[in-house]
Design a protein around this ligand. Structure first.
Ligand SMILES: [Zn+2]
Ligand SMILES: [Zn+2]
Length: 332
């Protein structure tokens, strides 16, 4: 592929700036890299945090997008999952491989980790380059727009679900892309799901009930019974005390986002009785392999709103406004 060939990409010049459509050279794969023609790229709340400067962007201008599905056109095959079909590129783009985290199954915490669409150009483009060792071969039969939301919303959600242990009653705060995938997995596992949405968001509450939740209500509401675990996908620290209040003794509240507004102070009795409050950061490749094997068994069906590449900025503002249910996916 000649270096004179170019591609369309959506780049971010810095916090507070609108996404800009650009023509960039199609990158050539170096050793261990995969050149992928992008078929679909999911939109994530982390992209909004990058846009707003709540999560720092490395060396802009940067191509956003870290839920990438496409075809290998040059370079190495993906390091994980089945070979031969579509490939997926997740948020975790590179780790050092030698630190205490990388060598103890916690590469998600590697202090030198590099992330797709933040430290490395991502998938809001016609082509993208990835380190093959961090890419996943995808199960046969999965459509690109169906697979894309699994790669962050699904994966980090799945890691958060693992932190909930065998909780049989599970609260999900913020019923967006991640929760709508997780609810399907949790119901399939035999758990009872309680969905919390913005007050008055009846569309999201109906959506949650349609996906098998046993109860749906406002985030400020008390659920009809105590929950053994909850995951907060809404980046709203004010929800934490209420989530702890809804949690049974010994239960866990997991904060699933990369950024959250400040958590207000709360009485110790909300934490007392061995309740845990914790966060989940990023993903390991093991999380990815597990979820991508499990998703076709459920089977997970993502509810997707589709956008053209040039509409990426609008997709992000629609996400901010809660203008769609489920996940937004860009199709270049
Ligand atoms: Zn490391
Ligand atoms: Zn994400």
């Amino acid at each position: 592929m000649g270096s004179l060939e170019t591609m369309r990409a959506m780049v971010l010049d810095g916090p507070g700036r609108p996404l800009r459509e650009a023509r960039l050279p199609i990158p050539g794969p170096g050793p261990g890299q995969t050149l992928i023609r992008v078929r679909a790229c999911g939109v994530c709340r982390t992209d909004l945090h990058l846009l707003d400067g709540e999560v720092a962007l490395t060396d802009p201008p940067r191509v956003l997008g870290h839920q990438i599905v496409g075809e290998v056109v040059a370079g190495d095959r993906p390091g994980q999952g089945p070979a031969g079909g579509l490939v997926g590129v997740p948020w975790l783009g590179w780790t050092c491989g030698v630190c205490e985290y990388c060598t103890s199954g916690r590469e998600n915490l590697c202090p030198r980790a590099r992330f797709t669409g933040k430290d490395i150009d991502g998938g809001m483009a016609e082509y993208t380059l990835a380190d093959a060792r961090y890419c996943f071969g995808l199960p046969a039969g999965l459509e690109p727009i169906q697979a894309a939301p699994l790669l962050c919303a699904g994966l980090i959600g799945y890691r958060a679900l693992r932190m909930c242990g065998d909780a049989q009653t599970l609260g999900l705060y913020g019923f967006g892309a991640a929760a709508h995938i997780l609810a399907q997995v949790a119901v399939w596992q035999g758990r009872r799901v309680f969905a919390f949405t913005r007050a008055g968001d009846e569309a999201a509450q109906r959506f949650a009930l349609d996906l098998g939740a046993v109860w749906a209500g406002a985030s400020e509401d008390a659920p009809p019974e105590q929950l053994q675990a909850s995951i907060l996908f809404a980046p709203v620290g004010d929800l934490v005390p209420g989530a702890l209040r809804a949690t049974a003794p010994g239960g866990t509240v997991v904060c699933g986002g990369i950024h959250m507004s400040d958590i207000p102070s709360f009485p110790y009795e909300l934490l007392w009785h061995e309740r845990s409050l914790r966060s989940v950061a990023n993903l390991t490749r093991r999380d990815g392999v597990e979820l991508l094997e499990l998703a076709p068994q459920v089977p997970v069906r993502s509810t997707v709103t589709r956008y053209e590449l040039a509409e990426a900025g609008r997709a992000l503002e629609d996400l901010r406004a809660g203008a769609f249910t489920g996940a937004a996916v860009i199709v270049p």
